[in-house]
Design a protein around this ligand. Structure first.
Ligand code: SF4
Length: 333
């Protein structure tokens, strides 16, 4: 299966519950950024997301408050580098007790010191290892030599120890499609539990010229789509069609909400027009209809997984053909 059965069931239960309650919009994923401190300064990362001081990190209570307020079943721990968050073991434990699925997005450099032997493997705890290509590309994107080799060593060790491990890849301008396939092949050989592929998109505070234009995204994802069925790629068929320019979708920025050390980021993970402390104010006062329409100039080239995967699933669920395609995709690897 593309995702472990428990993960898929948790999402389905959440969707059914929200539908029963009559909610048209609801979050499924919380991108929780407990700190903006990092041990790398990757080219694709905004300055603010890796230069924060550890002392400015979010207290545990605020993390849990955000989790309880939004009610999403999937918590994506990012930042910053989450393994640098001193309270990570308590945070993960508290989330598992709340029956959440926890995806820890990490560069993997410190897994042996901060996770192995500290946070035990658990079916609700996933290590999402950042890998933006093979050695040369990944080290270039991370701005440091040796990061790729270290990440691979940690991935192997994590699998040996029994963790659920996924690979998290952003496709940049520099990334050759052949290299993406080489990396998918390698991830399968290393027994990674899945590969999350997303197109890199230039957003507000990242000014480097490494991001894809819409046409480049279409071109690369058309080619990626060709080989996607051979590997455990976690993007759904409709999302891959959207990324390849073969279908249009509305954005669903509310499906993946983002809580940062400055508060709820509105409207989405990429655009921080406002940072709001109160969940009610964030949820009720953001003009979701406007952001769904993608009329804002900042949305024109965006094909981000966080904005569109929910719409891709909803679109598939509208027809029997889509439902069958989704079901076959779920069990095909
Ligand atoms: S299209 Fe959606 S996810 Fe992309 S920038 Fe606009 S609101 Fe954010």
């Amino acid at each position: 299966m593309r995702f472990p059965i428990g993960f898929t069931m948790a999402q389905m239960r959440h969707r059914n519950r929200m539908t029963r309650l009559g909610h048209k919009r609801y979050p499924t994923v919380l991108m929780l950024e407990p700190l903006y401190t990092c041990n790398l300064a990757c080219l694709g990362c905004s300055l603010e997301r890796h230069t924060g001081k550890l002392k400015d990190r979010m207290p545990l209570e605020k993390c849990f408050q955000a989790v309880d307020d939004c009610g999403a079943p999937i918590i994506n721990l990012c930042g910053g580098e989450p393994t640098l968050y001193p309270e990570l073991p308590q945070l993960v434990q508290g989330l598992i007790e709340r029956r959440k699925y926890v995806l820890c997005c990490t560069n993997a450099l410190l897994l042996d010191k901060k996770v192995f032997g500290v946070i035990p493997p658990h079916p609700q705890f996933y290590l999402m290892i950042h890998l933006d290509g093979m050695r040369q590309t990944h080290d270039y994107v991370c701005g440091r030599e040796g990061v790729f080799d270290r990440a691979i060593a940690m991935l192997k060790e994590a699998k040996r120890l029994g963790y659920v491990v996924m690979v998290n890849t952003t496709v940049f301008k520099e990334t050759e499609v052949a290299e993406v396939e080489e990396m998918c092949k390698m991830a399968e050989e290393l027994k990674a539990d899945g590969i999350l592929l997303s197109p890199g998109y230039e957003y507000e505070s990242v000014e480097r010229d490494i991001f894809l234009t819409k046409e480049q995204i279409h071109e690369k994802f058309k080619a990626i789509r060709e080989f996607s069925s051979k590997y455990k790629i976690n993007a759904t068929p409709y999302f891959l069609e959207f990324a390849a320019g073969m279908r249009e979708l509305p954005c669903a920025p509310w499906s993946t909400v983002n809580y940062t050390p400055q508060g709820w980021k509105a409207p989405c993970y990429l655009i921080g027009e406002r940072f709001i402390e109160s969940w009610e104010e964030f949820w009720n006062d953001t003009n979701w209809e406007y952001w769904e329409s993608r009329l804002n100039p900042a949305c024109q080239n965006c094909k981000m997984h966080s904005g569109f995967e929910h719409s891709a699933v909803e679109e598939a669920m509208k027809s029997w053909k889509g439902k069958i395609q989704l079901a076959v995709w779920s069990i095909s690897k």
